[in-house]
Design a protein around this ligand. Structure first.
Ligand SMILES: [Fe+2]
Length: 295
């Protein structure tokens, strides 16, 4: 059975200034060197990164060219008109759990067979109290929790979930380091590291790990599919690698991050639904067309 998706409005994670800032870092480029390359005044670039936009279309085109960004996508962001696709055709019910963290919003996702009261969870939000507020009443049991990477905004709710739901097996990237979070070894005890290509079955679903380092040294994305329905849409939980209209930051290594992002853009089918760690759902073919970082 192909189910409808539960969708709510979610704003984009990034606006023009964030995208320019990230692109400059990825290109190891200062405001001055970008000004020289693009012919756009360094002051205007500085103001744009500071969310004060006075860039003309021609200047945006020159910045896109100098930073090797997708020009239509950058222009759409600058006009607050970045398009989003309709999401449909997933062979399961999807519950996006969006919780505030600092000035932003972090996403977690429950995947469940429609009508069932158990499911699997991807990431756990910044803290349990926030996750509890948006928890779907129907879901009373988790079969597994998958972690994309160990930042508090993505794993902070783990201890509370374990206390409330009983011990749930936790699966995480190889080499994960939880020392900078509020998670303890006990919260992930009984769990397993998933390396590249590792697969797990939960009822009708299969979860496959893609090793996507760069934002963090240990970072997995997960492909969720229904093997009995090979033509059904699959979903990519992309963590902090790919967002609708933007991408994460290469905190661990910008080159490794770029390799992971390119891999996602090139290896997966276009109709793959992307469920990112921040911002709204999208599809891969949509982001190939519009995302500033798709070039
Ligand atoms: Fe994040």
């Amino acid at each position: 059975m192909v189910c409808n998706v539960v969708i709510e409005f979610a704003p984009l994670e990034d606006e023009l200034g964030d995208v320019l800032d990230k692109a400059m870092r990825h290109a190891c480029c200062t405001e001055q060197t970008l000004a020289t390359r693009s012919g756009v005044a360094a002051e205007k670039i500085h103001d744009a990164i500071d969310y004060r936009y006075e860039l003309t279309h021609d200047e945006l085109r020159r910045l896109a060219s100098a930073l090797k960004l997708n020009e239509p996508g950058l222009l759409a962001l600058a006009q607050n008109r970045y398009p989003l696709p309709e999401i449909s055709g997933l062979p399961f019910c999807l519950y996006p759990l969006r919780t505030p963290h600092g000035i932003g919003v972090a996403n977690a996702y429950i995947v469940a067979e429609c009508g069932q009261s158990s499911g699997i969870l991807f990431d756990s939000g910044a803290d349990y109290a926030q996750i509890e507020r948006v928890w779907p009443k129907r879901i009373r049991k988790l079969d597994a929790i998958f972690i994309t990477h160990a930042e508090t905004e993505h794993v902070g709710g783990l201890a509370g979930l374990q206390r409330t739901l009983g011990r749930v097996p936790v699966f995480f990237p190889e080499g994960i380091c939880i020392s900078d979070t509020n998670v303890t070894a006990m919260d992930i005890g009984g769990g397993f590291a998933m390396g590249e290509g590792a697969r797990l079955r939960f009822g009708a679903f299969e979860v496959r790990a893609l090793k996507t380092p760069g934002h963090a040294e240990a970072h997995n994305s997960y492909i969720v599919s229904a093997p009995a329905l090979p033509d059904a849409t699959q979903m990519l939980v992309s963590g902090d690698i790919l967002f609708a209209g933007s991408a994460g930051r290469g905190f661990f290594c910008t080159q490794t991050f770029a390799d992971s992002l390119r891999r996602i853009f090139t290896e997966l089918p276009g109709k793959t639904v992307v469920a990112p760690g921040h911002g709204p759902l999208t599809t891969l073919e949509h982001e190939r067309l519009h995302n500033p970082f798709s070039c």
